[in-house]
Design a protein. Sequence first.
Lengths: 334, 279
Amino acid sequence: MITSAKYKWIVALTLVVLVLLSFIALTLGPSNVSLSQLWMSFFNPNEADAGIGQIVLQIRMPRIAMALLAGMALSASGGAFQSVFRNPMSDPYVLGISSGASVGAAIAIVLGLQAGMFSIPFFAFLGSASALAIVYWFAFNLKQSEQNTLLLAGIAMSLMLGAVVSLLLVINREQMESIYFWMLGGFNAISWKQIYIVCPVVLFSLVMLFRYCKDLNLLAMGNETAHSLGINVKQKVAIILLISALSVSIVVSYSGVIGFVGLIVPHMVRFLIGADNRRLLPLSALWGGVFLIIADTLARTLVQPGELPVGSITALFGAPYFFFILIKKSRRHV
Amino acid sequence: MFKVKKELQKRSIVLAFEDLSYKVGNEKILDTVSHELYKGCFYSIAGCNGSGKTTLLQSLLQIKKPSSGKIFLPEEIENKAHYFSYVPQNTLLEFDFTVEEVVMMGRYPYYSGITGPSKEDKQKVKEALQLTDIENLRHRSVITLSGGERQRTIIARALAQDTPIMFLDEPVSQLDVYHQIEVLKLLREIADTQNKTVVTVLHDLNQVSEFTDHVMVMDEGKIVANGTPTEVLSPALLKEVFRVNAEWVCSEDMKPHLIFHYQSKKKTDRRLDNRLLDH
C-alpha cells in the first residue's frame, strides 16, 4: 500500500503525462504538424495555416478526445467488473459485453436506424445489457471457486455474438463496411458532434461508478462478506453493472469493439498502487486514456498513409498480457 | 426480517429464533429450528457435513432468506452490520488488498466515503490487529499470506466490526493446532471480557467442550440436542449423530476429554480375521 501523498503525486504525474501526450499526438499523423504550427492554430488562428488548423482542431482533437473518453470508460468499467465478478481477468471485451453492444449496433444498422442520433447507442446498450445479464446469471449461479467458468461463459458469449455479427454481415452485404467497422474498432470517424454525446454519458457513468468504490471493495471479498457488512448485494451489483454497460455501450457505438483495455490497465494500476477501488478506479480511468491515446497514435502512424484498427493494436498488447496473468495466477495457486 | 421483542432485553437475550426453516425445492435444509442466544455466551454448532450449520448462520444473517419462521432482536437496529459480524467458511482473497485494508473493511459500515475513517475506527483496527497477532503483517498483501494468516485477517475484520454478536463458520479449520487454540482462546476472552455473543461452527468436539459454554448439535436440518457440551455430547448421541464410538475420560488435570474408538479395522487385519474364521 502507498501513502495518500504518494498517490496524489502519481495522479498529478499521470495528468502531466496525459496533457503532454495529447500534444504530441496532435502533431503526429499523415501530415506532420510542428509544435509551433500547433501553437499558432490554438492561440493565433487568424495567422495560422487554415488547412493545418482544420486538421488539428476538427480531425485530430476530437479523435484524441474520443480515445481519452473510451480509455476512461473501458478501464473504469473493467476495474468494476473485476471486483463485481471477483475475477481479475474480467473486462468488457473478455466477458462479451462489448460484443453485445456491437451486435446491438449492427442490428440498428441493419434495421436502417442509422439516421436517428440515439438509435445506435440505444440498441448497443440493449445488446450489452442483455449480454451482461446472461454473464451475471452465470457468475452468481456458480460456486465462488469456479471462477474460470465465468471466463469460459464470457468467451462463449463473445464467440456467439461474433458469429451473429458475421451473419448480419453476410446477409446485409450492402452495409458490410459500416458493420465491419464495429468488429475492429477505431476512432477514424469521430467528429466533435459525437464527442458532445459521448462525453456527458461517460463522465456521468464515471462519477456514478466512483461513488460505489467502497461497495466494490466489499463485493471483491465475496457476496457473503459484502452482505454481512451491510451491502444489499443484488441491488448494488445491478446498479454498478448497468452503469458500466451504459458507458461501454456508448463507447462501442461510436468507436467499435476495442478489446483488453479494461483488462490490462486496472491490472497494472493495481500492481502499482494496490487493490483499493477508491484509488484504483480513478487512476485506471486516467491511464486508460493514456493507453488508448498511445494505441490510437500508433494506429494512425505505423503504416502510412494507411491506418490500422485500434482494436488490433490493443489486442496485440492485450492477448499476451492475458497469458501473462494466467501464468501468474496458476503459479500462485500451486 | 427481524422483529423487535423488548422483553428479551430483560433476560439478556441478544437474539431468538423460532421455527426457522429454509427450503430448497422440497428439501428442507433447515427444519423448524428454535433457540435463544444469551449475551456474553460462547456457542458452538456441531454436526455432520450437510446438517444445516452454515445455512442456520446464513439464515440468521438474512444472507439466505428463511422460508418460514421468526427472528427476534431485543432492540431496533439501524444497520445489520452494526449488530452482526460474520466470518464465512471461505473468503475469496483474489486482490492485492493489504491486511490493514481488509481489517478496515470491518469499519466501512461506520463511516462514509467522504469523511474517511475516524480516530475510533483506526483504533479498533489497531486493536483487532493486535488481538489476532497479525500487526506485523499490516502492510502485506493478503494474496501473499499463508492460509492461517489469511484466516486471522478475516477474523480481525470481524473483530474490528465490533458487534454484539459474532458468527464464525469453521474459523479454525484451516489453522495449525497452535493457532486453533489461540483463536479459540481469543474468542473465549471476547465473550468473557467484552460481553459479546460468539457463535462458531466447530468440528473438533474436544474444542467444543473445552472452550464453549453451549453446544447445538444439528442433524438433517434440526437441532437434535443442545446444552452444555459435557451434558449433550453423550456416547449415545455421538454414536447416533456422528456415527462414532467415543467415551469421556478424565485427564490428569481433571478435565473431561473425549476419546474416539475407531471402528473400522485395517484391511489386512480383517483378512487375517477371515482366515482365522475359515480354520
